[in-house]
Design a binder for this molecule. Sequence first.
Ligand SMILES: *Cc1c(COP(=O)(O)O)cnc(C)c1O
Length: 356
Amino acid sequence: MRQATIYIDSKALQYNLNRVKQLAPHSQIVSMVKANAYGHGVQDCLAALNATDAFGVACLEEALEIRRLGYTQPITLIEGVFTEDEMEDVIQQKLECVVHRHEQVEWLIQNKEAYNALGLKVWVKLNSGMNRLGFKSNEIIAVIHQLKSLNFNCVLTMHFANADVDHPLNEQQIQQFLDVKNACKPILASCCNSAAIYKYPNLHFDYVRPGIMLYGATPFADKDVNELDLKPVMSFEAEIIALNQIHAGESVGYGSTFTATNSMQIAIVSIGYGDGYPRAYVKPNYVAIDKQLTPVIGRVSMDMIAIDTTKLQVKVGTKVELWGKTRLVDDVANANGTIGYELLCRLSNRPQRQRI
Ligand SMILES: *Cc1c(COP(=O)(O)O)cnc(C)c1O
């Protein structure tokens, strides 16, 4: 059988959740499990994350899946409901809504009795400068006052556009958030994603919302997971299915983009863009065999890649780590002009999945 396997390390996931607890000991943790737990498989990840205080997802369908699997923690719909009819499931399944536009506030108010009777909080989203979702600071105070007057328990929330870097917008976003928080006090608050959990220990407030750090990938361009003391959760592996000796002047793969300058041994590995391995190429890319890095050569095909094994002891069947504990997903992403988040989320359903 063709070998292309995604291993999910539950212990690593628990380790990373504990890292969040160490960093934000006074906050509740809303573990972000949207997009199938960042491509890791929500079912496996929920089991390992059961000690979290709550979950965060992007839509009703993702929340319903968590309830179907039997988890009873609070779940926040981070974009709220998309249509009014979703409010029925919100109530039935005890889900917490973000409100980022007036219509959602109306729908919520129409379900006020049931929503509040369940003790659900409403997350009111401030658009502090990312200009994706939320009320501007000049309108949000009225929204919060209205909701509070109707006995809703509000959480003021926002999202950083640049938590991963130093950027002048960060201070502006923080200032707006603090101003609104002050104008609406007492009010619960939440503004930290993974990068902000590390960067702004004084802004953890009531809830932190870690995503990528739980999965052991970095939110920062200039800090790797070892520096952050996180453990990669996913190991993506395939195996060698053929070995070729080639000579100087011979080329490899589609487009013949790689030409050997010396005699060399190349190995063909059972992975390709059909599995979600990236084909884009910006910088030299590597895989790991027995914790040793070796270059990917030529173009990535749908089902195969070629690697240089001249200096390695390998045979057909040798395991190859595409990303995992040695070859970090963030480094593969960097070599392909993207971020770890994207590579993790866009794996196809062809690889086998296994929880370890
Ligand atoms: C996805 C998301 C997060 C988590 O972000 P990470 O960078 O993965 O930690 C937090 N908050 C909101 C609103 C999100 O959409």
